[in-house]
Design a protein around this ligand. Sequence first.
Ligand code: SAM
Ligand code: SF4
Ligand code: F3S
Length: 460
Amino acid sequence: MPELVSLGPKPPAAAPANAGPRRTVFVHTFGCQMNESDSQRMVELLGQAAWSPVSLPEEADLILVNTCAVREKAEQKLLSALGRYREHKARRGTVIAVAGCVAQAEKERLLKRVPYVDFVFGPDHLAELPGMVARAARERFAETGWMDSEEYLFPRADPEAARGRATAFVTAMKGCDNVCSFCIVPHTRGREVSRPAAEVVEECRRLAEVGVREVTLIGQNVNSYRGGCDFATLLRRVAALEGVARIRFTTSHPHDLSDALVEAFRDEPKVMPHFHLPVQSGSDPVLARMRRDYTVAGYLERFDRLLAARPGIAITTDFIAGFPGETEEDFEASVRLLARARFDNSFSFVYSPRPHTGAVRRLGSAPEWAEVPREVAVARLERLQAVQRRLSAEALASRLGSDVEVLVEGPGDEEGWRRGRTPHNHLVHFAASEARAPAGALLPVRVTRAGGSSLSGELR
Ligand code: SAM
Ligand code: SF4
Ligand code: F3S
């Protein structure tokens, strides 16, 4: 157990051994695209204050751990990563900061639990990072207050940092106003705030200007966007930008899959034919306990509308196995839904009880909230994943022999190979030089091999 420490002022720390005009930062990112994007913004902000990113923690003057709290395992990973970073602090005085969702949920408690963490800050405080690093020389602190929609300024992407990249995330909104009973995110990311549409469109335009071809609009519940227009209108406005070739977005709640959004998929070829539409369970009673506010029939109705509007669209999803009270019958309903929908891919997880959630308060309180034994939940998860592996392999195999347009993202795993993505979001490897297939090029590739999770092919 880490000892308790005071949170007051610190004795002056020795300057890092190699303190010079530019200092170095190593960022370790856990979690979702929101965190990936926040980490990029942090590196960009620090870059303006004379910090350079490094790829090894032992070379860093500052280690920033951007954390995820969505499942218990993610939190455990944070603690073991911090344990590893402790020696760098001992050796060279490295400053250690914890950002993201665990920081927001744990606040000062994290400073008490891990005495070698210098400061902790929640997602709303990202823009203050350079000032917080300076403050960390004087005291240990936690910045985890919320800002409301009037106060909050979305950090802007620095287009120069994206030069040479094919794709970029653009934040459209933050937070989540839903109350899914399993999910800690509303507690860690706060209320929904949409970024003004003009700002989102302008950021996309500036990214396109430096060569970014694909933008992914992100938010925890991005299709409930209300930044002066609805989400479908925002997609159309971004699609009207000349340099933007592809638009994606993540992540969406089924109840915000409006007719207008389905129509945007029908009419707007730049909106890529892939939709991540998390369902969580194939059983209505489980969905009701999860507070997902749709039924399986309602979900399938939206699913079918999407397919009709954009035939061939790849629909992916999330499932939770072993939610409290999930019976064999409930679980079989999830397997049936998976087989009926033939999802292109799905991400499935064993239910993890999270603090500050509705489900954890009821866990074990009544038969319908009975805890599912871990070994049962794991066996169910494995079964779902086995069915999905087969479906995903079949979806990929169906592309064999076809020509697909690939947006080149960068080098492949092997010398002389490049990697990119199809409109349906499938990863493709193909042999080519960088000169022939630079990042950002849109090239036709004939699919010659389909693996379990990616394709390979030949340039046409
Ligand atoms: N906003 C998205 C939605 O409404 O579907 C989901 C975002 S959540 C960060 C990503 C996924 O993590 C969820 O779709 C869910 O499957 C999974 N997840 C969230 N809380 C979980 C928990 N307590 N245990 C297991 N999986 C969880
Ligand atoms: Fe979590 Fe539900 Fe919000 Fe998604 S919609 S982030 S699952 S509370
Ligand atoms: Fe994790 Fe926070 Fe994202 S809990 S999934 S990093 S919003």
